[in-house]
Write a protein that binds this ligand. Structure first.
Ligand SMILES: [Zn+2]
Ligand SMILES: [Zn+2]
Length: 646
């Protein structure tokens, strides 16, 4: 037996006997690592810890926090579940049982048996019992014919069908406890590593995804190394359901998606439109302060315009087909606002003294998303971008990137969102994928990094994440549930100025090409509102709340005073509704509470006599009586400051 050399992620190297295992390597490094180890990555492939390594290799011991570790964990959990099912329901036939993004499933043929939620509980209990036995996962390789005869004997048509595609190959089996599966692996060392188990739900799934085949029963489950992690996950799952923007959007009457208008084409209801307008107004005010000019451009444009930009035909799969008028005239629903803005730049000769020129528009664009990909407001076919294009001289680029980055950060801070920044560079091994000259790319990438360093941004570099026409800065926002969303981008573009022959006259009297920055902090207003609904669980900060205050007279007799209160609030720009229905006050309060309105003002005899209002705050209840004047002052201040708390 010879020696093999292993290289670790930190670059260090060690020598082992050939035929050593990942587990042995982990133990040789530390006992703690061996205990935490779930699998091992060998030259980029995930292997069982018990598998022998026979040649020099790059090695990474995988733990729970590594994707490969989770993969082995959930894959092994699928086997554990299958063993439990087989023990409880003998004769079950098994389809496939892969790990998924979070957790795993297994597709089962249980004959005529319909599983119930009680059955899921029983399977779960059995899984705990089997995990306690701590049976090892054992890999075994067999010739193809032997594998076939095993599953013939077991009478499992699904595994036999899978084997048909592997004809002639060596087949790997995995045994754990009493269960044997046809499987590539990798798996955990033993079932005892699986500590916290929850089977989530049942679904129907056609064998191999085809409607022509039999519908199998799919069981979804998740497992974790500790009960706490499972509980945290289940909590986040419930929270995500409670916060689902599609559900809240309907309950709070914000928007409507209906097949009568078309999938992915949202209609904004009055309350949603208020929210949208508040966002637009905020962005308009901030952009005016920062020297942007507003423009308005139509929803369609001549097809030739998009041929010049290259958006047609290169992105035609994600666009609605052109509207053809005649053989030589066609229009495109605009997939981008950029080419329209470039025409505005080119409307007259530009001098270096005019630059930078910043053109902004809330421009609605249309993309043809596949029907399966549409999802509430987050994936739609028509949406409005908070778009702008900055035309500047090369020597102004850094300053402009800095100010748009600052602006974007400011925007997300206003919503209490944590931001991480990705510097998206081109992949130097794949330069033919990108337009523009190499020297511009290098310079722009260097300048983006300088800006990020000077601003002390929390950033990471994404190689190959650049767009076709230039490097960009992407902002990844974390919401209250810890989910990451890619929102605004700042893109540097050297290609479109060439394609559209954009120019300015420099101080040297010569013609030069400007550089363009494309930027949109929200990206899409629709998607941003969807994210905001979930981020705030529908409990918007006061400045965004569609209804900020509800006025509730105790009885009809005080409706007149209620009107007075309403008039005063309205004259201060506060969005308010009067509830003068002939209902009990307790009933009205409960109803406005479910509408998540930040403030309720209860008015009766005492309040009318003293010129006060009895304030109730959403979720906090009675806050006591204050003079109407004082209440107005207080909330106007909260609104003006865009405060996140009331
Ligand atoms: Zn497996
Ligand atoms: Zn653009």
């Amino acid at each position: 037996m010879g020696k093999i050399k292993t290289t670790f992620p930190d670059g260090s190297q060690r020598e082992y006997e050939s035929g050593t295992t990942g587990l042995f390597i982990a133990e040789s490094i530390s006992k703690g690592l061996a205990k935490e180890a779930l699998a091992v990555e060998v030259n980029g492939e995930v292997w069982d810890l018990s598998r022998r390594i026979n040649s020099d290799a790059s090695i990474k011991i995988l733990k729970w926090n590594d994707d490969g570790g989770k993969y082995a964990y959930w894959h092994s959990s699928a086997h554990l579940m299958a063993e439990a099912v087989e023990a409880l329901f003998p004769g079950t036939k098994f389809g496939i049982g892969p790990p998924i993004e979070v957790g795993f499933y297994y597709d089962l043929d249980l004959g005529d048996r319909q599983l119930t939620n009680d059955d899921l509980k029983k399977i779960e209990e059995k899984m705990y019992e089997l995990s306690n036995r701590d049976a090892p996962y054992v890999r075994e390789e067999k010739p193809w014919a032997e594998a076939v005869s095993y599953f013939k004997k077991k009478d499992d048509p699904y595994k036999l069908e899978l084997l048909e595609d592997l004809k002639g190959e060596t087949i790997s089996f995995y045994h754990s406890g009493n269960f044997t599966d046809l499987c590539y692996g990798p798996h955990l060392p033993s079932t005892g590593k699986i500590k916290a188990i929850r089977l989530l739900n049942l679904a129907g799934a056609y064998w191999r995804g085809s409607e022509k085949n039999k519908m199998l029963t799919r069981i979804y489950g998740v497992t974790f190394p500790t009960k706490k992690e499972l509980d945290d996950y289940l909590f986040r799952l419930e929270e995500a359901k409670r916060r689902d923007h599609r559900k809240l959007g309907q309950e709070l009457e914000l928007f409507l998606l209906t097949p009568k208008v078309g999938g992915g084409l949202p209609l904004w209801l009055p309350k949603g439109a208020v929210l949208r307008e508040a966002l637009i107004e905020f962005m308009k005010d901030e952009q005016k302060k920062r020297g942007y000019d507003f423009v308005v451009t139509p929803h369609i444009g001549n097809l030739e315009l998009y041929k010049t930009s290259g958006h047609y035909p290169y992105y035609k799969d994600s666009q609605f087909p052109p509207i053809r008028i005649s053989d030589d005239e066609a229009f495109l629903l605009k997939p981008m606002n950029c080419p329209h803005h470039h025409q505005i730049y080119a409307v007259k000769p530009r001098s270096y003294r005019d630059l930078p020129i910043r053109l902004a528009e809330f421009g609605t664009v249309y993309r043809y998303e596949q029907s399966g990909e549409m999802n509430g407001l987050t994936r739609v076919r028509g949406f409005t971008q908070d778009d702008a294009h900055i035309y500047c001289a090369h020597e102004q680029l850094k300053e402009e990137i800095k100010s748009v980055t600052e602006f974007t950060q400011y925007v997300f801070k206003t919503f209490g969102m944590e931001v991480r920044t990705r510097l998206s560079y081109r992949d130097d091994k794949n330069v033919e994928k990108y337009g523009g000259q190499a020297e511009f790319w290098e310079r722009a990438q260097r300048e983006i990094k300088e800006v990020a360093d000077e601003m002390k941004l929390d950033y990471f570099v994404g190689i190959g994440e650049a767009s076709f026409y230039g490097p960009k800065i992407d902002f990844m926002v974390k919401d209250t549930l810890g989910r990451t969303w890619q929102l605004g981008t700042v893109q540097v573009d050297y290609v479109m100025p060439e394609r559209f022959q954009l120019e300015y006259v420099g101080s040297d009297g010569q013609k030069h090409r400007p550089v363009i920055i494309h930027r949109a902090p929200f990206g899409s207003l629709e998607r941003f509102v969807g994210i905001l609904i979930e981020h705030f669980a529908g409990e918007f900060p006061l400045w965004l709340s569609p209804v900020q205050v509800a006025v509730l007279p105790i009885t009809d007799a005080f409706a007149g005073y209620g009107q007075e209160v309403i008039a005063k609030l309205k004259s201060n720009g506060i969005r308010v509704e009067l509830d003068d229905r002939n209902e009990k006050i307790g009933y009205k309060i409960r109803e406005w509470e479910t509408k998540k309105v930040p403030f309720m003002l209860v008015v009766g005899e005492k309040e009318q006599a003293a010129g006060t209002v009895a304030v109730r705050q959403h979720k906090k209840g009675d806050q006591g009586a204050v003079s109407l004047h004082e209440f107005v002052q207080r909330i106007v201040e909260t609104i003006t400051q865009k405060s996140l708390t009331l």
